[in-house]
Design a protein around this ligand. Structure first.
Ligand code: MN3
Length: 210
């Protein structure tokens, strides 16, 4: 079954002023759409086309070498962005604030406090050189922070992505995610992004792992 570009769970301008409508439009309707198109083109007629993208990610090494890089970049991009749209929500309407319940407890026990988690996550996102992602993952019953280059993700595994586990939160730090509004100021984008993190969805992602 071919991948489809998901419909955003909010309007293009819903994350303003933290993420502007034009960035959301180009990011979702052009960048993500291209990942979907290119992944489908590469996977068409192969046994891999039948797999949901999250099931394909851990099996990337089995994809024939002549297709592997294209699948890695584009199916990876599809998985990453599909999660990214979901873990955001308009500020004050599901976005921002702090996690609660089991997620809050696990963040506190894994990182000391929510503020310490945020600082560590922002550090990973800031220090990712060039294009990539920062992740919060469940790994062996614990939460871990890591980052990946390009469109790699932790589901691809340590050997490929340099980072393993099941992601429950991801932050896109490609320039296309912030350049129109923040230019080179990635730290400002990261600081603003906390206002639109949908902790309810992150908690659901966590519940799906445990
Ligand atoms: Mn992106």
């Amino acid at each position: 079954m071919a991948y489809a570009l998901p419909t955003l769970p909010y309007a293009l301008d819903a994350l303003q002023p933290f993420i502007d409508a034009k960035t959301m439009e180009i990011h979702s309707q052009k960048h993500h759409a291209a990942y979907v198109t290119n992944a489908n083109k590469a996977l068409e007629g192969t046994p891999w086309a039948a797999l949901p993208v999250e099931a394909l990610m851990p099996r990337l090494a089995e994809v024939p070498e002549d297709k592997r890089a294209v699948v890695r970049n584009n199916a990876g991009g599809h998985y990453n962005h599909s999660m990214f749209w979901q873990i955001m929500a308009p500020a004050g309407k599901g976005g921002g604030g702090a996690p609660t319940g089991a997620l809050a407890d696990l963040i506190a026990s894994s990182f000391g406090s929510f503020d310490q988690f945020k600082a560590q996550f922002a550090d990973a996102a800031t220090k990712r050189f060039g294009s990539g992602w920062a992740w919060l993952c469940m790994k062996n019953g614990k939460l871990e922070i890591c980052s990946t280059p390009n469109q790699d993700n932790p589901l691809m595994g340590q050997a490929i992505a340099g980072c393993g586990g099941t992601p429950i939160l991801g932050l896109d730090v490609w320039e296309h995610a912030y350049y129109l509004n923040y230019q080179n100021r990635r730290p400002d984008y990261i600081a603003a992004w906390w206002n639109v993190v949908n902790w309810g969805q992150v908690a659901k992602n966590l519940a799906g792992v445990r």
